[in-house]
Design a protein around this ligand. Structure first.
Ligand SMILES: Cc1ncc(COP(=O)(O)O)c(C=O)c1O
Length: 436
């Protein structure tokens, strides 16, 4: 059985079986790898306890939510609907935190309050949210978390940096004293201080944030017992990328939290909330080659797939690279970007989708320009698999653009079975809410 790479359990014949079972494009997830990632995060060193919250925005498919919850992870949700979705998947309110830009009103507000009474953690992200939710929380003895905007961040791209002046997530440092004065006057208690500096950024920036954040806790938050360092743990999707060393980051956090205790007598519980690190490499988008084109001697060779930006928008959004695997119609692995032998392949091509959009390319750089990649020369009908597609693909697709339907999802279970966890959307479902 020829595995796609050295870290997943998916083989080329699993890919062929998935394509034959439900057609292409389709996402396939690797349960064994997902379980391994959850376990590695839970083993991260910590001083006085660790809670790992899965940032469910990365992938909210019900089967994955259940698997991740069964492995003991808690959840961070970015909208009330994500909270509802997790609850529908069987995750109790008490295992969820809401960190959102929304300011729920009306029926949503009533729903939020009911869930807070059941244990939903509310992470205050703005002064307005504090004014809206604070009195209710104080009246019911519910402590709140606060997301602090630290003024410094790091991300895979400018649009994934959530800690600098170009984004407005959380209560900015310069508003902190005002927020805490307001809270103090009303008996509102903060027991958790939260910072998320961005996604896919420099692990060194993540490490530096630990000290900055502990400084905020010491200076401003006497009642805080939990410090949440956010997500953003870098994962390596491509062979030349380096993942964050979570063991070393945990060891550093442990040492700094212990030093904090020595200084203040306060034992802080640590939380992290990774999304990417949990699911990114456990997901594969399986597509089929439907055409080949070229744009002359000064141009490029193009390999056209039956799924592109609507399956994986990350290259278009962030200039992200994802590894390509070519699997023949009869289930042989023809190339993997993890194989050194690929350097000999004569095929250098740009891999694109079928949307009427020149940005519908899986081979873009950060400037939005096509950069050819080396793959085995595929025949029409061969399968091209896009790796690293477990996070921010299914959950963040520009679904239904060009009226392409939402694609199915399969799970390769630990006993080797391919299980359908989402069926393909139909054209009727796409249109069902239209009127007249
Ligand atoms: C508040 C918060 N926490 C956690 C995450 C997860 O980040 P990542 O997928 O990079 O781990 C995000 C992602 O944007 C986020 O906004």
């Amino acid at each position: 059985m020829e595995r796609l790479n050295g870290f997943c359990t998916l083989s080329a014949s699993d890919i062929l079986e998935a394509a034959e079972r439900v057609g292409t494009p389709v996402y396939v997830y690797d349960e064994a790898l997902l379980a391994q990632k959850c376990a590695a995060l839970q083993r991260m060193p910590s001083a006085y306890g660790l809670t790992v919250r899965y940032a469910m925005k990365a992938n909210s498919s019900r089967a994955l939510l259940r698997m991740i919850h069964d492995r003991g992870l808690y959840f961070d949700a970015s909208s009330l609907n994500e909270v509802r979705r997790a609850r529908l998947a069987g995750v109790p309110s008490a295992d969820l935190m809401l960190t959102t830009q929304e300011v729920p009103q009306g029926a949503d507000r009533a729903d939020l309050e009911a869930m807070m009474l059941q244990g939903l953690r509310y992470n205050v992200c703005s002064l307005r949210q504090l004014r809206e939710v604070g009195d209710f929380a104080a009246a019911n003895g519910i402590p709140l978390a606060m997301r602090i905007h630290p003024g410094v961040g790091s991300g895979e791209s400018a649009t994934r940096n959530t800690g600098d002046k170009y984004s407005c997530f959380g209560v900015h440092l310069t508003d902190l004293e005002q927020a805490l004065q307001y809270a103090g006057d009303r008996g509102i208690v903060f027991d958790c201080a939260h910072v998320h500096i961005g996604s896919g950024g420099d692990p060194e920036a993540w490490r530096q944030n630990i000290d900055r954040q502990l400084g905020f806790v010491e200076r401003y938050f006497p009642q805080v017992a939990t410090v949440n360092f956010g997500g953003g743990l870098r994962e390596a999707r491509m062979p030349d990328e380096q993942p964050a060393d979570i063991e070393a980051l945990g060891a550093y956090a442990k040492q700094r939290i212990e030093a904090f205790f020595a200084r203040t007598g306060r034992r802080l519980h640590m939380e992290i909330e990774p999304g990417t690190y949990v699911v990114a490499n456990a997901g594969y988008a399986v597509t089929r080659v439907i055409d080949k084109k070229q744009t002359g001697p000064e141009g490029f060779r193009f390999i056209l797939l039956d799924g592109g930006m609507e399956v994986n928008a990350r290259p278009l959004l962030y200039g992200s690279r994802h590894p390509f695997y070519v699997v023949s119609k009869d289930g042989r692995l023809l190339s993997s970007e993890f194989s050194p032998a690929l350097a000999q392949s004569p095929c250098e091509a740009v891999v694109i989708g079928r949307c009427c959009e020149s940005g519908d390319s899986q081979s873009l750089d950060a400037a939005g320009l096509n950069v050819p990649r080396r793959i085995a020369e595929p025949d029409i009908g061969d399968l091209l698999v896009i790796g690293g597609a477990g996070a921010y693909c299914s959950s963040m697709t520009p679904m239904n653009y060009n009226s392409h339907v939402q694609i199915p999802e399969l799970l390769l279970t630990r006993d080797g079975a391919l299980k359908v966890i989402r069926v393909r959307q139909t054209l009727e479902q796409m249109l069902q809410n239209e009127r007249c």
